[in-house]
Write a protein that binds this ligand. Structure first.
Ligand SMILES: Cc1cc2nc3c(=O)[nH]c(=O)nc-3n(C[C@H](O)[C@H](O)[C@H](O)COP(=O)(O)O)c2cc1C
Length: 442
């Protein structure tokens, strides 16, 4: 079983002010990130993860004010320099970094990730996103979001270009011969000369190939087109955890898409994004879980959700069904999958009032309602059940903890030893790189 830990939200949506969270520090204090990386490495976790969003939420009422006021989806930094610093106080833990293939240019991203893979000594993963958020799009020159399927067309070409660049210099091209002064063999450095629908890139990358050559590639698209894009290029997949039946279906859909691309499905794991709250006892875990109910003020719920789905929920009619709203969201080019996952507790054809909707979604906004909460043994039971039912390939991304470092310490000190006792988790790092650690089924 492989475990990632998502730190992206630790200072957002009120989590920063809960007991045990951001103790003696405020975002973006570097000392906290260094401490978290060291704790995660003590627990032998595979990687820590940073998602991304670059715009301040402003879909709700067409204004950013509520987001600014309540700390919804902001502030967020580009975490690449932070990863550099964290890598210097650790040796094994990997780092997942997110960039959007809809907004960024592949030459810049390929070059940056090459450098980061050097700095971290082969510990980088790249989470490629198509982006669903209008506030992000507006910072990159878009008046409207690019059409959903086209975003994935662009993603595939984006990664094809990155792969071409990462392979444009052969690993043994460099000689650095002091006597003759020869630096590299020109026969081992090739142009890319890519001309596609979205990009025109000459190449080669003017870089020394990095320890992993390319970062571990990860993608989380959950729509049929998103899954097809994953099959095109990923090493591993991120996916939500909407319930075991749906997860088994997701695994099957991915296997089918991988087969269609002629790839070996057994080598591509799914890392399930799940809120796991562990305590020394079940009662301790429940106390941590209940704190989440105090995190997000109800005023912030509409702001958060509207940004996530790219649709202004302040315009909801007094009564509506999820199906009706979802149709509008699909028409506006945001992701239908993301929205339906948020609302599994309702029958999509039931009529709801605005009040019922926002009240129920307050728990969703705080990551309260889907959390798996318990002692290490109880949480490990859940993990084993999902892991076995979905083919024992991949693992879990522990997401949206109430507060770090407190809840990361509970994972490292209670959950990891329990999984090790069951023979489900490593007792030491065996790989030299993140890719090797993620391929290790020991
Ligand atoms: C673990 C995980 C991490 C994700 N990280 C981000 C992120 O950092 N930024 C973002 O805009 N979307 C993120 N997403 C959303 C996905 O990229 C994707 O948009 C979503 O799963 C819907 O898929 P679809 O576009 O195929 O419908 C993440 C999803 C998961 C499951």
């Amino acid at each position: 079983m492989h475990i990632g830990y998502d730190l992206s939200w630790s200072h957002l949506e009120g989590r920063w002010r809960l007991p045990g969270s951001w103790t003696h520090a405020t975002f973006p204090d570097m000392r906290i990130y260094k401490e978290l990386a060291q704790i995660a490495e003590r627990g032998l976790l595979d990687f820590i993860f940073f998602g991304d969003g670059s715009g301040i939420p402003n879909t709700w009422k067409g204004s950013r004010d509520d987001a600014v006021k309540w700390g919804v989806g902001w502030p967020r930094h580009d975490m690449s320099p932070y990863i550099s610093v964290m890598s210097q106080v650790t040796q094994h833990i990997g780092f997942g970094l997110t960039y959007s293939s809809t907004f960024m240019h592949p030459f810049y991203v390929a070059r940056l990730l090459n450098a980061l893979d050097h700095v971290t000594n082969g510990r980088m993963a790249f989470n490629v996103i198509a982006s669903t958020r209008r506030a992000d799009a507006a910072n990159y020159g878009f008046d409207e979001l690019m059409e959903h399927e086209r975003r994935y067309d662009r993603m595939e070409e984006f990664i094809d270009v990155c792969n071409g660049l990462w392979n444009s210099v052969e690993p043994d091209a460099f000689i650095w011969d002091r006597d003759s002064g020869v630096v590299a063999d020109p026969a081992k450095v090739r142009a890319l000369d890519h001309v596609g629908e979205f990009f025109k890139v000459a190449g080669p990358l003017a870089s020394v190939p990095s320890p992993q050559v390319r970062p571990v590639l990860i993608q989380a698209g959950a729509s049929p087109r998103g899954i097809k894009a994953s099959a095109h290029f990923v090493d591993h997949v991120f996916a939500m955890s909407p319930g075991l039946d749906k997860q088994v279906k997701h695994r099957a859909a991915l296997d089918k898409a991988l087969a269609a691309e002629g790839r070996d499905a057994s080598r591509v794991g799914i890392v399930w994004d799940v809120v796991l709250i562990v305590g020394e006892t079940e009662a301790d875990a429940r106390r941590r879980h209940d704190l989440l109910l105090q995190a997000v003020p109800v005023e912030a719920v509409g702001t958060f959700l509207s940004h996530q789905i790219g649709y202004d929920l302040s315009k909801l009619p007094d009564k509506f069904t999820i199906n009706e709203i979802n149709d509008e969201i699909v028409a506006s080019q945001a992701s239908p999958v993301g929205f339906l996952n948020m609302t599994t507790e309702f029958d999509p054809s039931d009529t709801l009032t605005k009040d019922e909707f926002f009240h129920a979604l307050q728990k969703h906004t705080a990551s309260y309602d889907h959390a798996i909460v318990g002692s290490a043994a109880q949480v490990a039971d859940y993990m084993e059940e999902v892991f076995v039912a979905t083919g024992e390939s991949g693992g879990f991304m522990i997401a949206h903890p109430p507060g770090v470092p407190r809840d990361l310490l509970s994972v490292v000190d209670f959950l990891v030893p329990e999984l090790q006792r069951r023979g489900r988790f490593r007792t030491r790092y065996t790989g030299r790189t993140l890719r090797e650690n993620l391929a290790d089924d020991e």
